[in-house]
Design a protein around this ligand. Structure first.
Ligand SMILES: Cc1cc2nc3c(=O)[nH]c(=O)nc-3n(C[C@H](O)[C@H](O)[C@H](O)COP(=O)(O)OP(=O)(O)OC[C@H]3O[C@@H](n4cnc5c(N)ncnc54)[C@H](O)[C@@H]3O)c2cc1C
Length: 820
C-alpha cells in the first residue's frame, strides 16, 4: 500500500470509483481509493440500475446526461461490458399538472440538449403493448407521456468494474478491506488517514464518497454532512408468461416505465419484472451511523408499504398478476433534504471534497466524478454546480431535521414538482423574531435555507394556503396588490435571513479589493455592488459592500449563500492577521422599507436628515430609528423603489417593526412577501444570485459591466475577462417582454429561439410584472440577438410565445423613483 498520494478517495461504490477514474482522465494518476470491504458493497450492488435522464434541475440534468453518454463509451474504452440496455424510458401522465411538469422539464431538457419526446396515448400503447390506457373508476386515463429514447438501465456492479479498470490502467491504486478510521492534519497541511488494518496514507486531497456512511465519515473531521439514507425497496418478479410471449414474438425490450401519479417504476428483468415504488412511510435509517453488523446486508421487505403500488401497477400492467414474487430488495439509499447530491468542497477545511448524498447515484456517478475531478484539478468545476454544492446547506441540518426532511423528500420523489411548492416537514425551524407578527398579518410561509420567509400575505377572509401550480394561481391577485402597494405607497419586507459579514482591520480594504471585480468603496458611507469571480471569470458570489468606518466593512449577500460565502471568505483570509472577519448573520435583522412614502415613514423615527442631499441613493449611514441604535440604513433595495434597507441589532426587531407600522399607518403601510419581491425585481431587471448570475456567465455576459473595474489592479477572474473581451462576449443578458401569455408566465429555464427556430439562449427567471402589467423574463441570448427590439420566441409549457427584447428595467428605467 502506498503511504502518500495526491488524492485519496474514501469509498468504493460507483461514485467513488468514478471520481478516481475521472481524476486519472484529468492527468492525476498518483491517486488511490480505499474501501472498507469490497467495491460495490454499499448501495451500489443492489441498485436497480435505472438511468433516468429526467431531472427538473438544470445542473443535475447536465450531470445525468454526461453519465449516460459516458456509459455508452465505457465498454469500448475499457473492454468491460456494462450491460447498458438502451430501452428508452417512458413516464406516464394522468393529469394536466403532470403534463405541465413534463412540459416545464422539456424546456430545461432543451437548454441542455437532452433528447425527449412528448407522446400521445396511442404512441404509448404502441411502445408498450402490455399496458392498459385506463379510464375506469379505479384507473386514471393516460393523457400523454414523456419519452426519453436514449436512457435505460445498466448493471451497477459492471459499471463500477469498468470505471475501476479505466482508473487502474491509468495508474490509480485501489485497496479493498481498508477502512478509514481516523483523519488528522499534518504539519505540512496534508491529510493523514489512519486505516483499520494498520498503516496510514497521507494525501494532499481527500474525497469522501462513502454513501450511507457519509455522516460518520464526516464526523472524522467534525463535519455534519447532511445525508442520511432512507429505506428503498423493489420487487423482483419471476418470469412473466405475457412478457415472454411478447418478446418471443419479436417484441423489443420494453422501455423502463414510470407512473409517477401512482409512484412506481417497472422494468424488465430476465423475462420477469422489477417493480420499485416510492412509498409513503419509508423510514430514514442510520441517523447515528451504520452499525458494524450491517455490511453487505438488506432490510426485511415491508409488504404493507408496497401493496398500494403493486395494486396500481397491476391494474396498469395486468401481466404482473400472473407472475410470482421472487425477491424483495430493501436497501438504504442516501438522501439529502432537497434530494440532490452533495458534490464539491467541504466547508471549514481545505482540500476535503464530498461526493455524497446520492439517491440516483448510479445515474449521477459519471457526471459527479467528472465535475468533482475537474474541481480538484483545476480549482473550480467546468459548469455551474451551485445546486449540488454541499455548502448550500448550513448548520441547521440537525439530525432530526435530516430524518424528517429526507423521509419527506423520498415520499415526494414522484409527486408533481411545482415551481412554487413548499414542503411542510421540519418547519418552522429558523424564524425571524417578528415571525408571529407576520403570521398575524396573514403570512403564507415558505422556507429557504431553513428560514421561514413570508411568500405572500392573505388578506382577511382569504384562505392562507397556496394552490401550487405551473400557472397563475390563487395568490396571483394578492401578490399583485402587494407589488402595487410597494410601488404606490409603502411596504415592508422582512429580509432578516440575509447573510452578513463584518470585515475589519488594516488589511480589510485591500483584501476585499482583491476578491471582487468592483472597486471597494473608498469613502465611509459608500457602498458597492461587487462580484467575486471564478478564475474563468464567472460570477461565484454577489456582495453589497458598505464602508461603515475607515477599517470596517459590512458585507451582505444572499441568505441562502451563508455557508457558501462564509466558507469562501474565511478560506480566502490572509494569514498575516491584518483582517478580522465575523459572520454576523444571526446578530442583525433587516427590514426593507420602500415605496414613495418610505421617506415620510422613516423620518418619523429618526433625526437623521433623509433628503437627497443629506442621504443620497447608494449611500449608508449608521442611525437611530425609534429606540433602536446602531441601525445601518442603506439606501438601496432589491425592489427598485425609493427606500432603505434597515439592518438593525436583532434585539430591536420587535420595537422597530412596531414603530415602522405605527409611523406608516397614515400612509397605508403593509407587508410585502417574497413573491411580490420577485415581480418587483424583474420589473427592474435585477439579477438574482444563483439563478440569473452564476459561474456559467461572466459579468460582461450578465450586463454588469459597470460593476467591473478592469483597471483597478489584479482580482480573481480578471485575466479570463480580458480574454473574453478580446475574443468577444458570446452571450448577453436580456430582458424580455413576453406576449400572448394567458395564464402561464415564464419562471426560468425556458429556451429562447430566434425567428428561424434555432435555440439561441435561455431565460433564467420570469414572472408577471404587476406594476408594468406585463409578463417578463430575463436571461441570456447570443450577443447578436440581444439588442432591444429583437423579436424572439420563448417556450413556456410547450407553447412558443413571441417575446421582444426590451431595454433593461421596464419599470422606471431612469431610476427616477429610486433617486427621488
Ligand atoms: C433498492 C435500491 C435501488 C436503487 N436503484 C437505483 C437506480 O435504479 N438508479 C440509480 O441511479 N440509483 C439507484 N439506487 C441508488 C444507488 O444505489 C446509490 O445512489 C449509489 O449506489 C450510491 O453510490 P455511492 O458510491 O455513493 O455509495 P455506495 O455504493 O454506498 O458506496 C459507498 C462505499 O463507501 C464505503 N465506505 C464507507 N465508509 C468507509 C470508510 N470509512 N473507509 C472506507 N470505505 C468506506 C462503503 O463500504 C461503500 O462501499 C438504488 C438504491 C437502492 C437502495
Amino acid at each position: 500500500m502506498k503511504t502518500h498520494v495526491r488524492v485519496l478517495v474514501i469509498g468504493g461504490g460507483a461514485v467513488g470509483v468514478s471520481t478516481l477514474y475521472h481524476l486519472t482522465k484529468k492527468g492525476w494518476t498518483d491517486v488511490a481509493l480505499i474501501e472498507r470491504t469490497e467495491l460495490t458493497a454499499g448501495s451500489t450492488w443492489h441498485a436497480a440500475g435505472l438511468l433516468p435522464l429526467f431531472n427538473m434541475s438544470y445542473i443535475v440534468g447536465q450531470l445525468h446526461k454526461y453519465s449516460v453518454d459516458l456509459y455508452k463509451r465505457l465498454p469500448a474504452e475499457t473492454g468491460q461490458d456494462v450491460s447498458f440496455h438502451v430501452t428508452g424510458n417512458l413516464r406516464l401522465a394522468t393529469s394536466r399538472e403532470r403534463m405541465d411538469e413534463y412540459q416545464k422539464y422539456c424546456g430545461t431538457a432543451n437548454t441542455i440538449g437532452v433528447p425527449f419526446e412528448i407522446i400521445t396515448p396511442k404512441q404509448v400503447q404502441e411502445l408498450w403493448p402490455l399496458l392498459e390506457l385506463g379510464g375506469s373508476a379505479d384507473m386514471a386515463s393516460i393523457i400523454g407521456a414523456l419519452y426519453h429514447p436514449q436512457d435505460g438501465h445498466i448493471a451497477p456492479a459492471d459499471l463500477t468494474m469498468a470505471l475501476r479498470k479505466g482508473a487502474r490502467s491509468a495508474g490509480a491504486e485501489i485497496y479493498e478491506h481498508t477502512e478509514a478510521v481516523g483523519i488528522e492534519r499534518t504539519g505540512s497541511g496534508e491529510w493523514r488517514v489512519r486505516t483499520a488494518k494498520g498503516g496510514d496514507i497521507t494525501a494532499e486531497h481527500l474525497v469522501f464518497a462513502t454513501g450511507n456512511y457519509a455522516r460518520q465519515t464526516g464526523q472524522l473531521l467534525g463535519l455534519n454532512v447532511p445525508a442520511i439514507p432512507v429505506e428503498h425497496q423493489y420487487i423482483v418478479y419471476d418470469e412473466s408468461p405475457e412478457l415472454k410471449a411478447y418478446r418471443q414474438g419479436g417484441g423489443r425490450e420494453l422501455a423502463v416505465l414510470r407512473e409517477p401519479d401512482t409512484s412506481y417504476y417497472l422494468r424488465e428483468e430476465r423475462m420477469g419484472w422489477i417493480l420499485g415504488p416510492y412509498e409513503k412511510g419509508a423510514p430514514a435509517r442510520f441517523a447515528d451511523g451504520v452499525p458494524e453488523w450491517f455490511g453487505r446486508s438488506l432490510f426485511p421487505g415491508d409488504l404493507d408499504r408496497l401493496v398500494p403500488h403493486v395494486e396500481a401497477a397491476t391494474r396498469r400492467v395486468p401481466a404482473l398478476e400472473h407472475c410470482g414474487i421472487k425477491d424483495i430488495v430493501n436497501g438504504p439509499i442516501s438522501y439529502t433534504p432537497d434530494g440532490s447530491p452533495l458534490i464539491g468542497p467541504a466547508w471549514g477545511v481545505r482540500n476535503v471534497w464530498l461526493n455524497e448524498g446520492h439517491s440516483f447515484g448510479i445515474t449521477a456517478a459519471g457526471g459527479s466524478g467528472w465535475q468533482l475531478a475537474e474541481w480538484i484539478v483545476e480549482g473550480e468545476p467546468g459548469i455551474d454546480m451551485l445546486a449540488v454544492d454541499p455548502r448550500r446547506f448550513g448548520a441547521y441540518t440537525s439530525k432530526r431535521y435530516l430524518v424528517k426532511k429526507n423521509e419527506e423528500t423520498y415520499r415526494n420523489v414522484y409527486t408533481v414538482h411545482f415551481p412554487d411548492e413548499e414542503r411542510p416537514d421540519a418547519r418552522p425551524a429558523k424564524t425571524s423574531p417578528v415571525y408571529d407578527k407576520l403570521s398575524a398579518q396573514g403570512a403564507v410561509w415558505g422556507q429557504r435555507y431553513g428560514w421561514e420567509r413570508a411568500n405572500w400575505f392573505a388578506p382577511r377572509g382569504v384562505e392562507r394556503r397556496d394552490q401550487w401550480s405551473f400557472r397563475r394561481t390563487n395568490y396571483f391577485e394578492h401578490v399583485g396588490n402587494e407589488a402595487r402597494l410597494m410601488r404606490e405607497r409603502v411596504g415592508v419586507i422582512d429580509l432578516s435571513p440575509f447573510t452578513k459579514h463584518e470585515v475589519t482591520g488594516p488589511g480589510a480594504e485591500s483584501w476585499l479589493d482583491g476578491l471582487v471585480a468592483n472597486k471597494v468603496p473608498t469613502r465611509v458611507g459608500r457602498m458597492a455592488l461587487s462580484h467575486a469571480l471564478t478564475q474563468r471569470g464567472g460570477i461565484r458570489s454577489e456582495f453589497t459592500i458598505t464602508r461603515i468606518a475607515e477599517q470596517h466593512f459590512y458585507v451582505v449577500s444572499a441568505g441562502a449563500a451563508e455557508r457558501y460565502d462564509s466558507d469562501f471568505l474565511f478560506k480566502s483570509l490572509p494569514a498575516d492577521g491584518s483582517v478580522g472577519l465575523r459572520n454576523i448573520t444571526g446578530t442583525r435583522g433587516c427590514f426593507v422599507l420602500a415605496g414613495p412614502k418610505s421617506r415620510e415613514v422613516l423620518a418619523q423615527l429618526t433625526d437623521t436628515p433623509l433628503d437627497n442631499t443629506a442621504f443620497p441613493w447608494l449611500t449608508a449611514q449608521v442611525i437611530e430609528a425609534g429606540l433602536a441604535v446602531d441601525v445601518y440604513a442603506l439606501r438601496v433595495n432589491f425592489v427598485g423603489s425609493l427606500g432603505w434597507e434597515l439592518h438593525f441589532p436583532i434585539e430591536y426587531a420587535h420595537h422597530l417593526f412596531d414603530a415602522l407600522f405605527e409611523a406608516g399607518r397614515g400612509h397605508g403601510i403593509g407587508m410585502v412577501g417574497m413573491r411580490a419581491m420577485e415581480s418587483l425585481r424583474l420589473e427592474k431587471s435585477y439579477r438574482m444570485w444563483g439563478s440569473d448570475i452564476t459561474p456559467d456567465y461572466t459579468p460582461f455576459e450578465s450586463g454588469l459591466d459597470r460593476f467591473v473595474r478592469m483597471k483597478k489592479g489584479p482580482f480573481v477572474g480578471r485575466d479570463a475577462l480580458e480574454r473574453q473581451l478580446a475574443a468577444g462576449v458570446p452571450n448577453r443578458f436580456v430582458t424580455l417582454e413576453v406576449h400572448e401569455v394567458r395564464d402561464a408566465d415564464p419562471l426560468g429555464n425556458e429556451p429562447l429561439f430566434d425567428k428561424g427556430g434555432r435555440m439561441i439562449g435561455r431565460a433564467t427567471s420570469g414572472y408577471y410584472g404587476h406594476a408594468v402589467q406585463k409578463s417578463l423574463a430575463i436571461g441570456y441570448a447570443r450577443t447578436e440577438l440581444a439588442t432591444p427590439g429583437t423579436e424572439l420566441t420563448i417556450e413556456i409549457l410547450g407553447e412558443r410565445k413571441p417575446a421582444t427584447v426590451v431595454p433593461e428595467s421596464p419599470y422606471d428605467p431612469d431610476n427616477l423613483q429610486l433617486r427621488s
